[in-house]
Design a protein around this ligand. Structure first.
Ligand SMILES: Cc1cc2nc3c(=O)[nH]c(=O)nc-3n(C[C@H](O)[C@H](O)[C@H](O)COP(=O)(O)O)c2cc1C
Length: 203
């Protein structure tokens, strides 16, 4: 059977997924340790992350994976940018900044990479798709039994750091997704008052 002949099951209630989504919480990168996902798990997590709504199948995003020493090597760019931006700050603060990616065994930068679409998919929609990738990445990691947190922090907006990452043209850093094993359980966080968020449209 070819992929185009394949059909997926119709949606049916799945109480485990409902519970998972109802209780979803990020896990703090600062209390996230080893182990991280294996190569097989990571590949699967990335496959799922890329399975997002994407108007006209433009795939307007890409991933940069940091593992092992790459985290501290990239950290040197973060520390240098920090020193350049904050020359008055003590050296130990720059060391701290350079160790940011070491908080988790795997960090994935998601880069929004919109194209000029001749058929008219607005850039905004392409950027929304990149946001969906970030969140799907968190969900996929958590479904595999890991903790995940979507962070941008200051270095996500720093030009020199983005240049070291390879962000170019009209690309933008959508997020760094930290993935590892949570060292502490997440606690509840205030949630929106839904009655203030939802209205029924009337003319
Ligand atoms: C685009 C984006 C960037 C974020 N950047 C940060 C950040 O730099 N620092 C931070 O503490 N939380 C950041 N967050 C929030 C966390 O990812 C997370 O949502 C928050 O800790 C709340 O936890 P929850 O996801 O369990 O509600 C960001 C969220 C988004 C959507």
């Amino acid at each position: 059977m070819t992929d185009s002949q394949k059909t997926f099951p119709l949606p049916s209630e799945n109480s485990e997924i409902i519970e998972f989504l109802k209780q979803r919480r990020s896990n703090l990168a600062k209390v996230m340790g080893e182990p991280g996902p294996s190569e097989d798990e990571l590949n699967q997590i990335l496959q799922i992350a890329a399975r997002v709504p994407d108007h006209r199948k433009l795939e307007p995003w890409r991933f940069v994976v940091f593992q092992g020493e790459a985290r501290s090597r990239f950290g040197r760019h973060i520390a240098s940018a920090f020193i350049r931006n904050n020359p008055e700050m003590p050296e130990d603060r720059a060391i701290f900044e350079g160790e940011r990616l070491l908080r988790a065994p795997v960090v994935i930068a998601v880069i929004s990479s919109p194209i000029e679409c001749p058929r008219g998919t607005p850039q905004w929609e392409q950027e929304l798709s990149a946001g969906a990738v970030c969140f799907n990445l968190c969900l996929a990691a958590q479904a595999h039994g890991f903790g995940a947190q979507w962070l941008t922090e200051w270095y996500g907006y720093d030009e020199a750091v983005n240049s070291a990452l390879g962000v170019n043209g009209n690309e933008r850093l959508a997020g760094y997704i930290y993935i590892g094993t949570p060292e502490v359980a997440a606690t509840p966080r205030g949630r929106p008052n839904m009655s203030a968020k939802i209205t029924q449209w009337t003319d």
